[in-house]
Design a protein around this ligand. Structure first.
Ligand SMILES: [Mg+2]
Length: 239
């Protein structure tokens, strides 16, 4: 059953609509950041990861500590990403649907810039704006991570997705959020419609069930066509 947060009255037929979408495990089939950490980090990363999953540590601090355990060149990590970086088989079709029907789409990620860029290019899905943490590779195979989009007040996530959503609130009438993990919980609480699976879905259900479960982007497309029929009709009339 489709449940939306504010009821149908909020819908603005000529409004501006934005889809904010997580990357790891949502667009990408794997949690690429996690796979890179597993592959390239030395002893001690699992303890840090457990503390993160238990809510005892935010991703910013967890990434900072894990980065100190990582050893890799950009070429090594890049090759690994290209080998394992698959995307949802329906994402390209979904993105084309969004562009055709007037839904803007941006990616928010608490992962790393270089692999989002590489995976999108690999699958020929270009020109999507994305917001993420930033990785630097050094000559001695050290890796450091910067967090240009952190929230200094909260200071938990590397990339504060809720702050990005709030900025977009100033210019969009409706915000649809798509995600699957811990870093999606805060922004999902402020979106108008939430598509969720895995950790995000479980948390949304605990907090009242204001979300739509999905397995892939063909599900989401079907739901959006039903939820915003005026939008699809408008575009068809205009084209
Ligand atoms: Mg994710």
């Amino acid at each position: 059953m489709v449940t939306v947060k504010k009821g149908k009255d909020r819908v603005v037929p000529n409004g501006r609509y934005l889809i904010i979408c997580d990357f790891d495990g949502t667009i990408s089939t794997a949690d690429v950041g996690y796979e890179l950490i597993k592959r390239f980090s030395g002893d001690g990363w699992e303890e840090i990861d457990r503390a993160y999953c238990a809510g005892m540590m935010g991703s910013k601090d967890a990434y900072t500590q894990i980065a100190a355990l990582m050893k890799a060149s950009q070429d090594e990590m890049g090759a690994y990403v290209l080998r394992y970086g698959g995307i949802d088989p329906y994402f390209k079709d979904f993105y084309t649907f969004c562009k055709t029907h007037g839904f803007d789409l941006v990616i928010v990620s608490d992962g790393f810039d270089f692999y989002i860029d590489a995976i999108l290019k690999k699958h020929n899905v270009c020109n999507i704006a994305y917001f993420s943490n930033v990785v630097s590779f050094h000559d001695d195979r050290r890796v450091t991570i910067e967090f240009p989009l952190r929230n200094e007040e909260c200071d938990k996530c590397g990339n504060c997705k809720r702050s990005i959503l709030r900025q977009y609130r100033l210019t969009y009438d409706e915000i649809i959020y798509i995600g699957n993990g811990y870093s999606d919980i805060c922004p999902a609480q402020e979106a108008d419609v939430v598509f969720a699976k895995e950790i995000l879905y479980d948390r949304c259900m605990e907090e009242g069930g204001n979300c739509v479960y999905y397995t892939d982007f063909s599900d989401i497309k079907t739901h959006i066509e039903r939820m915003y029929p005026f939008f699809v009709r408008r575009i068809h009339v205009n084209s």
